[in-house]
Design a protein around this ligand. Structure first.
Ligand SMILES: Cc1cc2nc3c(=O)[nH]c(=O)nc-3n(C[C@H](O)[C@H](O)[C@H](O)COP(=O)(O)OP(=O)(O)OC[C@H]3O[C@@H](n4cnc5c(N)ncnc54)[C@H](O)[C@@H]3O)c2cc1C
Length: 533
């Protein structure tokens, strides 16, 4: 059994930023970070484009960044949260630079600024095309230098502990649900640990793996969202899944799709259809730099119209040296599969990329469950609304990790550790006889979600998806009750819950707004609402 003051689930940008801050503020208290994979295996590590932050006050302003974020969010952003995130951004980035992160600079020492879809100015700071890798590296180095932080890797959190584990009935309408820590499957010992904590932060990242094609790594299975839903906490706006327009199309690829960052279009990359036509001007005046939802839908429509599985991204007119300087990783990846970007166009198709909704929090990162915070992609803070503005997510994670830290600082001394939670009970379970049941159900889930709950939706497809998910849920619950635990089974169970929440959100939203497009309701409803489940 572990006991700690601060428990953090997840070692991406949100979890690590918060961990460093609480560890520095409370050198006498224990900070424990748990992660289910290798420490750096996170969505953060794969972020390419960079961080949106107002830097160049001559040409840019907070007001412009706020306005761009609100336009992308399509009426559902919380304006106060947008203002807080945008205005706090420069300070958080400065802090990360002080902790050792490096961003590309011009010869005169100013930061190089990129531009992405939906941004009215150049404001994306970056480290070549591996910004997330550099940020994760700097944060892990900083964590390693803090004596009171312990990192437990390959440890899979199953559920958060609440009054339910003390034998009380906990429902959605129970007031004052409290979090006392977690049960976690230690993948090195195969034992379920009871980890007690005075306060817990969920920083479990996204859920792209619920779809067949995604830019997200295999860890992105929506575990935090599913845990909070099971614990009767509030989940919001799950229907808003951002599909990145340009993932590299590799026929037969299973698992994570390689991303071609939007910054390539920011630097002049042009989308072309099967016939070589630059089609974006048919769809939006901003052409290739329209917001992602518009570009993804335009590509989807071109692919359906021409019966192809991808479109092309044309970079043949780029200056080779400049391209390699800004996008060395993309250049090498393309070359490794026989694409010389100076001679060949890059085949690209949309892929699930970012979850705008998630665990509902207030403006300090507090969830609806006491002593439980959420930050980063698993949370729904009000920043993104119906659509995330490109490169606003790393920024949000840093700002909200900081706000969770500010909030917990004034509360921690009044929170007691609860030690009377029973140990995990594995009686009546045995090893699953056929792993194929789990892998097949996962495939079915991903197919259902991709075919019926993708970029373009309608009521018939959503109802079909809902029915299929009910069956998958029933079968998986039976397996869960009778089997010894494995990460595959736990992830399947969480992904089915996440799929269910996306479908439910989509069914409740009788309109098309932001990332949610339903052909049965092509317009916007007058009722502007967040859907809370
Ligand atoms: C290819 C790609 C490119 C991107 N580019 C950009 C960009 O340029 N700019 C931008 O702003 N955003 C970008 N994003 C989005 C951004 O990277 C993520 O939103 C952000 O990194 C999420 O950080 P996080 O800390 O919330 O979660 P993550 O970095 O995903 O970390 C989640 C952590 O939680 C752990 N975890 C999950 N479940 C459990 C469990 N049950 N038990 C224990 N541990 C668990 C994981 O192991 C991991 O350590 C990109 C995303 C991808 C995939």
């Amino acid at each position: 059994m572990y006991q700690t003051d601060f428990l953090i689930i997840g070692s991406g940008i949100a979890g690590l930023t918060y961990a460093v801050k609480v560890a520095q503020q409370f050198p006498g208290k224990k900070v424990l970070i748990i992660t289910k994979a290798a420490t750096d295996e996170t969505n953060t590590k794969y972020a390419q484009g960079g961080v949106a932050v107002v830097n160049d006050l001559e040409n840019d302003s907070f007001e412009k960044h706020i306005e761009d974020t609100l336009i992308a969010g399509d009426g559902l952003c919380n304006k106060e949260v947008v203002e807080v995130v945008v205005k706090d951004g420069p300070e958080r980035v400065k802090e990360l630079i002080e902790w050792g992160a490096q961003f590309d600079k011009e010869k005169d020492g100013d930061y190089k600024l990129g531009k992405e879809g939906g941004h009215s100015e150049f404001r994306i700071i970056h480290h070549k095309d591996i910004t997330g890798f550099e940020m994760e590296r700097a944060l892990l180095d900083k964590v390693a230098s803090q004596k009171n932080i312990e990192v437990l890797k390959h440890c899979f959190v199953i559920d958060i502990l609440t009054q339910h584990h003390l034998g009380y009935l906990v429902t959605k309408s129970s007031p004052d649900i409290e979090c006392y820590g977690v049960y976690a499957l230690n993948l090195q010992t195969n034992k379920v640990e009871k980890i007690l904590s005075r306060c817990t932060l969920l920083a479990t990242g996204g859920n792209g793996q619920v779809y067949r094609t995604t830019t997200n790594p295999s860890i992105a299975t929506g575990d935090g969202v599913a845990m909070v839903y099971r614990a009767k906490g509030r989940i919001e706006n799950m229907e808003f899944i951002q599909f990145h327009p340009t993932a590299l199309y590799e026929p037969g690829l299973k698992g994570q799709a390689f991303l071609i960052t939007e910054a390539v279009r920011g630097d002049g990359g042009i989308l072309r259809n099967k016939d070589g036509e630059a089609f974006m001007e048919k769809y939006d005046a901003r052409k290739d730099l329209a917001p992602r939802d518009i570009v993804a839908r335009a590509i989807d429509s071109e692919m359906k119209r021409t019966g192809t599985e991808h479109v092309w991204l044309d970079c043949r007119h780029f200056d080779k040296e400049k391209f390699i300087e800004h996008f060395p990783n993309i250049y090498q990846k393309c070359l490794s599969i026989g694409i010389d970007i100076m001679k060949n166009m890059i085949p690209v198709a949309p892929a699930a990329h970012y979850s705008c909704g998630g665990i509902k929090t207030d403006e300090w990162g507090c969830t609806s469950i006491n002593n439980l915070y959420a930050a980063g992609e698993c949370s729904s803070t009000g920043l993104h609304g119906a659509n995330r503005l490109a490169s606003n997510s790393l920024l949000e994670a840093m700002v909200f990790a900081h706000r969770c830290y500010l909030d917990v600082t004034v509360k921690i001394n009044d929170i007691n550790l609860r030690t009377d939670i029973p140990d995990w009970n594995a009686r009546g379970t045995s090893d699953p006889k056929e792993m194929i049941l789990i892998t097949q159900s996962l495939k079915e889930l991903q197919l259902v979600m991709s075919d019926y709950v993708g970029i373009v939706r309608n009521d018939i497809r959503l109802h079909r998806a809902s029915k299929r998910l009910d069956l998958l849920w029933e079968e998986t619950e039976q397996l869960y009750q009778s089997s010894t635990l494995s990460p595959q089974l736990l992830e399947l169970r969480n992904l089915i819950t996440v799929g269910y929440l996306i479908v439910k959100g989509a069914m409740f939203r009788k309109e098309s707004r932001g990332l949610h497009y339903n052909t049965d309701y092509p317009g916007k409803s007058e009722l502007v609402q967040n859907i809370v489940l």
